[in-house]
Design a protein around this ligand. Sequence first.
Ligand SMILES: NC(=O)C1=CN([C@@H]2O[C@H](COP(=O)(O)OP(=O)(O)OC[C@H]3O[C@@H](n4cnc5c(N)ncnc54)[C@H](OP(=O)(O)O)[C@@H]3O)[C@@H](O)[C@H]2O)C=CC1
Ligand SMILES: CC(C)(CO)C(=O)C(=O)O
Length: 305
Amino acid sequence: MKIGIVGAGGVGGYFGARLAAAGQDVAFVARGKHLEAIRSAGLVVHSPAGDLRLPVAATDDPAGIGAVDYLLVCVKTWQLPGVIETIRPLVGLDTAIVTVQNGVEAPGQVAQVYGQDAVLPGTAEVIAYVEGPGVIRHLGNGKLNVGEWANGSTPRLERLRDAVAGAGLQATIPDDIWAALWTKFLSVVPTGGLGTATGAGYGVLRTQPATRQLLTEATGEIRDLARARGVQLAADVVDRTLDWIDQLPADGTTSLQRDLIAGRPSELDAWTGAVVRLGRESRVPTPINTLLFELATARVLANSN
Ligand SMILES: NC(=O)C1=CN([C@@H]2O[C@H](COP(=O)(O)OP(=O)(O)OC[C@H]3O[C@@H](n4cnc5c(N)ncnc54)[C@H](OP(=O)(O)O)[C@@H]3O)[C@@H](O)[C@H]2O)C=CC1
Ligand SMILES: CC(C)(CO)C(=O)C(=O)O
């Protein structure tokens, strides 16, 4: 089984390293100093599940890899339009392209170019990031949820699930991958938008009555939007989302907020921005998310000046 990983960052670097360490034929598309370091000293992972230093195949030229069986697209949402065409040499007639982005639009963006049959929508449950060139820091979890566009299990999905599980990670094929995608979306977007707008971590956001109320309302708007778009979420999904937020570390923040503080481009447009856009498209009111998007955008602008 040949696996291509585009973007050797937190998700791609960690999942790819575990798959390579388990003996899978993995090739990475990376770039810059990260690529140079991987080529000269191997891909290094620091992890509570065990450290790794692996010589791996890595290149900035997808043509040098050729068509793969599975292509895990692990770039940030705002980088996706830039890689969709460059991955073409990796995509053969039977290649399954797996998306892992937080957000609900990545599968559709890839399907527009390669067709729905080529795409396996997925979500990643992991906390990992690039600590320095060639080095991935993994803090916890390590699960891939992946499905077919029309749901149901298929041999290609089962092979992928087994390979991921065989690498010491967790893998599931949810009954409804779209519900899984939107449930993950719910778990990051309200805290991402409100955290970015206010600068507060999970502890403050969930404890202050006013911010807890905003989180609850923002989550409810996204639930209503999902339903309007035909996605069946659990009846108590808002309560479950708040319960999930309640068990996060008090000083924790979303990657959206951390990217903003570090002055990196952020996924705001694919998270809160998508709620506003899709809400308009589906005629579902999203006043709280719209306010959070405007406030977070102002904060991004203030930070960049
Ligand atoms: N990290 C996490 O714990 C989790 C992340 N996610 C989601 O997964 C997605 C990926 O996130 P994450 O792994 O954190 O992102 P990272 O920024 O850590 O990794 C993305 C990697 O892709 C590289 N890249 C981008 N464009 C190209 C290109 N054209 N050629 C080669 N390499 C490229 C980036 O390089 P460069 O630095 O040079 O731009 C970077 O190394 C996001 O949507 C995120 O929301 C979901 C769950 C958990
Ligand atoms: C895992 C979690 C929820 C927090 O790091 C995340 O996916 C993100 O912030 O992007």
